[in-house]
Every structure is written in structure tokens, then in C-alpha cells.
Design a protein around this ligand. Structure first.
Ligand code: IVH
Length: 663
């Protein structure tokens, strides 16, 4: 039988193999031999549960986190990096540093800029004690139980460890783990993640560590926030120390002494980028000496001693096999390029929107053309340009069809807009399908589990012909969906119930009335306050409301005068849908009260409309352009010029996590 010392030795032996396997990528023993050791450990622990310490290799996956994650303050704030996009901007950074330090010949450390989720991980006496997300930089969520499931992360440091170590790094998902995850999501009818970073962020928020473990997250470290005793004196030493302690650092880092060396590093990494097993979005250039870093300090929310150099979005070349035309919920026809599938920025792309006829003409895009596809951090891939050198002789200019591809009605063009529309609003099956999809989506009734794919199936099967049919779906019908068992059916039925209590603004929005977006819908809800009243208003009355113009007023009156629409609304209400005016109670003293927000970039957890109503509920205001009087800019993925303007004006920029925390 074993004794406790032998048990501890076995734990250490397994940790050692774990490190060789996951961090060094050079296993010393076969998987089979490793499994045998692990089984042995499990056996001993079953016999001696009193010996098990939280840092045993078996203790990666713990209990469910009940009631959500607790919020923890960062003892040392987690700030951000300023970005640079050109050799000139990198040079500016170097000059600035020289000037501030009154010194030349400064050593820099260059690293990969991992595209994941920032995390602070604390070890005490060599044992992992907590891990906290960046959050708003001052405080984040304690997600220790989820971090423990990351196989390359040791629960115990190697060798001569310091008494305290708080290391900072990035949790990410490898390109292959991301693809596997999205395939599973697709199979189970769940929404796909836009990119590995979103998937990593979503995974860290799961409450069940068993589920997190399945996601196969990884981690890479890039710095030390706190260490005692014996702090390193340079960033280079700090990284070497982290490696020595068994913490993984993905990719290479290098000490550089002047611009050329830095630029070589950047170019080399950029070349390697497509072949790396994980996503990066650039490199980070840091002043190497930690004392100098301290002197340089921070500016706003950024460290002054470092800068990110961001790569241009990845480009890939592929061929357009066909240009199809999609009909949207308001009848707009959109050309879509059907591509030979290619891997761009970690996901396989086989379609790309071409936006509108003008865009196709401007870029002279033809069927058969070789084109460059670009994909930034966002979901939507872009056709950037045609590789004219490869154009087949037979390629003909593309023309917008003159009839709707879904219902054959002649299309309409108007002088005022570039869009070409199918005017058959009530009889076009493509428009109806899109309206139903929009109705159930987050911007509409927000019915969980009723995503685009399922709604499409329901429509194809003839169970849903119009909006109100959604609330008349029966379990019997749902069971006929592909791969649907008890649980999936129950999920939809309860989501349907839950969605019936809906804010009036969102209900009006969900109806899909022409020209009525979130802003107008909310305005009607707030100012009129009652669905029936809204439906009975005349154009004159509507025009009296500030913010409603003649086009919208006319569209509203036309919509509500239509008998089919009246009938639809009656059926929805009879089926228990209860639009109500939002209560402001509960948010009386919210931080957002009286604050002005601007939204930019794509959000992961909410649609913009939803974010807008969350802000409004809390007494805040949303405007469309950034000025000195803007209080916050909520920046999602790929934020545009509004982000830069906010930076220039010193307006506080919130990322989605920070926004969530403030909510
Ligand atoms: S140093 C907490 N070095 O880039 C800020 N950041 O602001 C630490 N990132 O959220 C700045 N790779 O998570 C640093 N080698 C690296 C990095 C890196 C990725 C992330 C970091 C931060 C974001 C930029």
C-alpha cells in the first residue's frame, strides 16, 4: 500500500509530465504510461480522500459555481495598451520613450499580442489561489474554478517558487479547438462563436467547470504584476522566470535594441501568423527594464511603457463561384458572393456579402473572379478587391436581377437610395421568413433557442407561416425538428413563455414596421405608453412627437391600418404576449443616470438595440456621435472612427466586460 510521501511524489511526477506535455510540447512518456500514472493517483485518492490537496493533478474540475462569480478588486490595476498601425507610429513610440527617459540605447522586449481574454492569476506558496478577469481594469470576476480546467496551467508552480506570484496573461482558444467547438455548436443548433476570442470569453463565463473543461481553453502569460521576494529587473527576466516556474508562454519574445530589430521581429511574426496554432493580432513592444517601466507609468487607461503594433486583417485569396441574391425583411436585395471555402482568421468562409449593386459595380466583381477576402476580429468577411490578373476571359459583368428571386415580382429602384427592393411586402416568402427570424431574435421578442436555423426549419415544415404562429407552436410540432428530444422541446416552450413579458418598445420593434428601428420604437413606448393608442394614432398626432418624421409616421399609420396586421397583433395578445412599458424603478440612482453614451463596434453579448435599452432603462442617453459631452463610449469588436475620436477627446471607453460590470 502507499504512504503519503509516495502519494506526494506521484503528484509531483504527474505535474512534471504535464509540464513536458503541455508547456514544453515534448512529452517524456507515452499517453498510455501517463494515463496509468493518473489512474494510480485516482486509486490512491479514493482510498485516502483526506490526502487530496487542491493542487493535486486530479483537482482540475470542481463544483458548479452557484449564484454567479464574485467580483474581486485588482490590487494592481490591469490597464491596456495603446495601438499603433505603422512603422511611423512605432518610431514615434520609441522617440517618445527616449525623450521621457532622457536616454538613448534603450532595450525593448517584443512579444506576440495574443488575441484572447486578459486574466490575472495568483499563486501563494506555489499554489494557484485565484484567477480574476480584467473586468473594468479595477475589478473583475473571480473565475478560478474555470481557469483550473486549463490543462497547460499548473495548479502548482515548479522548482524554487516565490512566496507570492501574480502573473498576467491571456486565456485563448487554439484555432483547432475553436473549429471543433463551433462544429459542436452547429450540431446542437446553438449559435456559432464569431471568433476564438469571443469563444474563450464565453467559455470563461460558464458556471459549470465540467463544461469549461470541454472547451479546451489555453493560456499564455506575458507579465508579472506582483512577486515577492526577489523581483526580476527586466521584462525578459520576468518571462524567463515565468517559464522556469512552469507557466506557458506562447510563441517567441525577443530583446531588441533599435527600430530595425523590432521591425524584423514584427515582419517575421506577421509572416508566421497564418501558421500559428492560435490567433494573434499583432506584437507588443515593451520597455525591457522594469524600473524604467515604473518611471514611465500610465497615461489614462494605458501603460506608457508599451505599445501594441497591430497587424492588418488577414487576407486570403479565393474564387467567386456564384453571386446569389438575398432578400431581406424589408425587401432589400443583397448580392452575396458564394466562395470556394477558405480559412481566414481562424474560420472557414464560404460566403461574403457584397452589400449592394453599387459596391459590385465599383469593385467590378464578377463570377469566376479571384478575390481577396479580409476578416478582422468581426464576423463579417469582406471582399476587398479582385485579382484582375487572374480574371477568366469569359467573366461577364454582374447584373442585379430585375425580378425578386424569391417571388418573381419585378424589383423596384428608388432615386433616394442605392437599395433595390422587392415591393411584394405581404406575399414574398423570403421577406416573411426574414421577418419571422427577426421577430424571434434578440432585437425582437428575444426568444432563446429559436435561432435562425430552427425558425427556417419551422417555416419550411409549414408550422409557422406568420409571426403569431410562433406562439401557437406545440410540443408535437417541435418534436418533428431534426435531432429534437424532450429537453430541446422544453427549452423552446419555456423560452416562448418567458418572452411573452416584453417591453412595449421591443414589441413594436419586433413587428418589423418599415423605418421603425429601436430608437423610434422606444420613443413610441415611452411617449405614448400603450400599444392600442399607438395603433390608433393619426399621422398628425405622430408628427407631434419629437423625433418622428413624415416617412415614419406614414409607415406606422399604413402598418396599423392593415387588417392582416391588426389580426396578427390580436392573435399575439390572445396568445399571452404582454407588451408593457418599462419600469425605471430600481435604477433610480444608477451610475448611468444622466450620462451620454455612444455605441461603436459589434457586441458579443447584446445587440446594439438591447444595449441601448439597457442604458436607457438606467436613465442614460444614447447618441450617435462622440463629442466632449459624451460620457462613455461602449466599444465592441472592430470599433470605428468613434473609438479614435473618443481616445482623442479623452472620453472614457468601456469594453463589453466593463459595461457588463457597470450594469
Ligand atoms: S501587456 C493587462 N502583453 O492586449 C494589460 N498585453 O490592452 C497588459 N495582450 O487586454 C498589457 N498579448 O490582455 C500585454 N504580450 C502581451 C499581450 C497583451 C495580449 C492583451 C492584454 C490586453 C490587451 C491590450
Amino acid at each position: 500500500m502507499s504512504n503519503k510521501e509516495a502519494y506526494k511524489r506521484l503528484c509531483d511526477e504527474i505535474w512534471e509530465h504535464n509540464w513536458h506535455y503541455y508547456v514544453k510540447n515534448a512529452p517524456k512518456i507515452s499517453d498510455y504510461a501517463f494515463d496509468k500514472l493518473f489512474e494510480e493517483l485516482i486509486k490512491i485518492e479514493a482510498e485516502h480522500p483526506e490526502w487530496i490537496s487542491p493542487s493535486s493533478p486530479t483537482q482540475r474540475v470542481g463544483e458548479m459555481v452557484s449564484g454567479g462569480f464574485s467580483v474581486e478588486k485588482h490590487q494592481i490595476p490591469m490597464l491596456s495598451l495603446a495601438n499603433s498601425y505603422s512603422p511611423e507610429e512605432v518610431t514615434e513610440f520609441l522617440n517618445r520613450i527616449e525623450k521621457l527617459l532622457h536616454k538613448q540605447n534603450i532595450t525593448y522586449l517584443t512579444e506576440l499580442k495574443m488575441d484572447g481574454i486578459a486574466i490575472s492569476v495568483r499563486y501563494e506558496e506555489g499554489v494557484l489561489v485565484r484567477a480574476v478577469t480584467r473586468g473594468n481594469g479595477m475589478e473583475g470576476e473571480m473565475i478560478t474554478s474555470n481557469i483550473r480546467t486549463i490543462e497547460s496551467l499548473p495548479l502548482k508552480l515548479r522548482g524554487n517558487f516565490p512566496k507570492v506570484l501574480e502573473a498576467r496573461g491571456e486565456v485563448y482558444l487554439s484555432k483547432t479547438a475553436f473549429e471543433t467547438l463551433n462544429k459542436q455548436q452547429e450540431k446542437s443548433g446553438k449559435p456559432l462563436f464569431a471568433n476564438p476570442r469571443n469563444a474563450a470569453g464565453g467559455s470563461l463565463k460558464l458556471l459549470n467547470p465540467i463544461e469549461v473543461a470541454k472547451r479546451k481553453l489555453a493560456i499564455s502569460f506575458y507579465g508579472i504584476a506582483d512577486i515577492s521576494p526577489d523581483a526580476p529587473t527586466t521584462q525578459y527576466e520576468a518571462l524567463k522566470l515565468l517559464q522556469k516556474l512552469g507557466l506557458p508562454i506562447a510563441g517567441e519574445f525577443k530583446q531588441c535594441h533599435h527600430f530595425d530589430e523590432i521591425w524584423n521581429f514584427a515582419e517575421k511574426v506577421e509572416k508566421m501568423r497564418p501558421t500559428l496554432p492560435f490567433e494573434i493580432d499583432g506584437i507588443v513592444i515593451k520597455v525591457d527594464e522594469l524600473g524604467a517601466q515604473k518611471k514611465l507609468g500610465v497615461t489614462g487607461k494605458n501603460y506608457r511603457w508599451a505599445v501594441a503594433y497591430k497587424f492588418a486583417p488577414e487576407r486570403t485569396e479565393t474564387v467567386i463561384r456564384e453571386i446569389t441574391v438575398q432578400v431581406g425583411r424589408t425587401g432589400v436585395l443583397t448580392p452575396v458572393a458564394e466562395l470556394d471555402p477558405v480559412l481566414v482568421a481562424g474560420s472557414t468562409i464560404s460566403r461574403a456579402t457584397l452589400h449592394n449593386e453599387d459596391e459590385v459595380m465599383r469593385k467590378d466583381i464578377r463570377v469566376g473572379d479571384s478575390v481577396f477576402i479580409e476578416k478582422g476580429g468581426d464576423v463579417i468577411p469582406k471582399v476587398v478587391e479582385v485579382n484582375k490578373a487572374k480574371r477568366p476571359k469569359s467573366a461577364q459583368p454582374w447584373e442585379m436581377p430585375t425580378r425578386c428571386p424569391a417571388c418573381d415580382t419585378p424589383v423596384m429602384r428608388s432615386e433616394e437610395e442605392v437599395a433595390v427592393r422587392c415591393p411584394n411586402r405581404t406575399g414574398c416568402p423570403a421577406q416573411e421568413l426574414k421577418r419571422i427570424i427577426f421577430f424571434t431574435s434578440k432585437s425582437g421578442m428575444d426568444i432563446d433557442h429559436l435561432g435562425e436555423k430552427i425558425v427556417t426549419q419551422l417555416v419550411e415544415m409549414g408550422f409557422v407561416k406568420r409571426l403569431s404562429d410562433i406562439y401557437e407552436l406545440t410540443a408535437e410540432q417541435l418534436f418533428q425538428l431534426k435531432n429534437f428530444k424532450e429537453k430541446a422541446v422544453q427549452n423552446i416552450l419555456s423560452s416562448l413563455e418567458a418572452s411573452k413579458d416584453v417591453p412595449l418598445g421591443r414589441f413594436i420593434m419586433a413587428l418589423g414596421i418599415k423605418y421603425v428601428g429601436a430608437e423610434t420604437a422606444d420613443l413610441l413606448a415611452e411617449r405614448v405608453g400603450d400599444l392600442e393608442k399607438v395603433a390608433l394614432m393619426t399621422e398628425e398626432e405622430l408628427l407631434e412627437l419629437e423625433g418622428i418624421g413624415p416617412k415614419v409616421a406614414e409607415a406606422l399609420v399604413t402598418y396599423f391600418a392593415d387588417h392582416d396586421h391588426q389580426d396578427e397583433i390580436t392573435r399575439l395578445l390572445e396568445n399571452g404576449v404582454k407588451p408593457s412599458v418599462q419600469k425605471v424603478v430600481g435604477f433610480q440612482d444608477h451610475l448611468f443616470r444622466g450620462k451620454t453614451f455612444v455605441l461603436t463596434g459589434g457586441l458579443e453579448h447584446y445587440t446594439r438595440d438591447h444595449a441601448r435599452s439597457l442604458i436607457k432603462e438606467r436613465g442614460g442617453k444614447v447618441t450617435s456621435s462622440v463629442s466632449k459631452s459624451t460620457d462613455y463610449v461602449l466599444a465592441g469588436e472592430d470599433p470605428g472612427s468613434k473609438y479614435e475620436k473618443a481616445q482623442k477627446l479623452g472620453v472614457k471607453i468601456l469594453n463589453e466586460e466593463e459595461f457588463l460590470a457597470l450594469l
